[in-house]
Design a protein around this ligand. Structure first.
Ligand SMILES: [Fe+2]
Length: 360
């Protein structure tokens, strides 16, 4: 069976593009004059000038998304309840997200829950969302997760020790606006850890068994862009920030076919509440035998950008925590089979996986 693949509806790329957001929103406002827009902003923008640059009307809702921790089923349910209480049955003319993957994914998941009954946990998996979400706009202020173009909204389910997204065409944004000016003030380490996520998605995809030519082409180009950015002297120059935004955009379209890095990374996020980007870096740091080529390039990039990865993060954990790390990693059957085949548990035994965590 061939998959009928969906992409984001529209995208705009360019320095200062944010000024055109009002024009993008105008037809929505006109078509739905009694419907407010809901703006999701990373909480880091609570006291920033970004808010003044946005076309927020007094009847709109602004939600600050706490990204201290990655989105959880509970946090998504909480934001959904707030938005529903504000909307009182009205359909929003648009949901807009400004931030990194956590904020974008929160917006995507809340969007699905506005038009589908139940709670976030009901939709972790593939093709479980039955009704289209309201119109959504993504404005990334951090590059790398590819959330702006991916068909998933990743959430951690604490009760199930499971990090899994709402994989659905309805999860995708209808409009993406990429303005590299928005990433100028990101802290260097965060810029690297998050940006490198797209490199990870793409080599995991190219190194896997589930392939298709379009995804390969996007992945190859995104990897090429990541190398140009992270092996350059200044990864945060104006030009490189634009390149990384485009790499992230492509990486998101290629996502969904990951390998061993993302499962181990999910274990770290679930058990140690580590953010996705840095968790990926720790995961790849102990996968030199499985991904020797990408591992070498990754080390070169870290060295060139003077990024450090403090060692010993999994030292002195309890046996129960090591077990939880193993369980939260090994559960990701699809990506592990993609790289290691159906007998992946023979390679990634409990001892093997726990030993890798101990080396981080
Ligand atoms: Fe990722």
């Amino acid at each position: 069976m061939y998959r009928n693949a969906k992409n984001v509806g529209y995208y705009m790329i360019g320095d200062g593009a944010l000024a055109q957001l009002q024009d993008i929103l105008a037809p929505r406002r006109e078509a739905m004059p009694d419907s407010p827009a809901v703006f999701f902003l990373d909480h880091c923008f609570e006291n920033s000038s970004l808010r003044e640059q946005l076309p927020i009307q007094e009847w709109d809702m602004v939600v600050f998304v706490d990204t201290t921790e990655e989105p959880t089923t509970d946090s998504v349910d909480g934001y959904t309840a707030d938005v529903k209480a504000f909307l009182r049955g009205r359909t929003p003319c648009a949901l807009l997200a400004f931030g990194g993957g956590s904020t974008l994914d929160t917006c995507k998941c809340v969007g699905n829950l506005l038009t589908n009954p139940g709670v976030a946990a009901d939709y972790q998996g593939w093709e479980l969302v039955k009704h289209p979400a309201p119109y959504k706009v993504a404005v990334p202020t951090l590059s790398g997760t590819g959330s702006e173009t991916s068909r998933t909204g990743i959430i951690c389910n604490e009760a199930k020790n499971l990090k899994l997204g709402m994989n659905s065409d309805y999860t995708m944004f209808d409009q993406v606006l990429l303005d590299p000016r928005l990433t100028a003030t990101v802290p260097r380490n965060q810029y690297f850890y998050t940006g490198i996520d797209t490199f990870m998605h793409c080599f995991e995809s190219l190194d896997g068994a589930y392939r298709n030519t379009v995804v390969d082409a996007l992945s190859e180009k995104a990897i090429d862009l990541c190398k140009r950015v992270f092996l350059d002297d200044d990864m945060m120059s104006d030009h490189n920030r634009e390149l990384l935004m485009i790499a992230s955009f492509m990486g998101g379209m290629a996502a969904g076919f990951v390998g061993v890095v993302h499962p181990l990374s999910a274990g770290l996020s679930m058990v140690l509440h580590m953010h996705h980007g840095i968790a990926n870096c720790y995961a790849l740091s102990v996968l030199e035998d499985i991904y020797p080529g990408p591992y070498k390039i990754f080390r070169e990039m870290m060295e060139r950008q003077k990024i450090d990865l403090p060692a010993g993060i999994c030292k002195n954990l309890t046996d129960a925590q090591y077990d939880a790390l193993y369980e939260a990693s090994i559960v990701h059957e699809k990506p592990l089979i993609n790289k290691l085949g159906p007998k992946y548990r023979e390679i990634l035994t409990r001892e093997n996986v726990i030993d890798r965590f101990k080396r981080m």
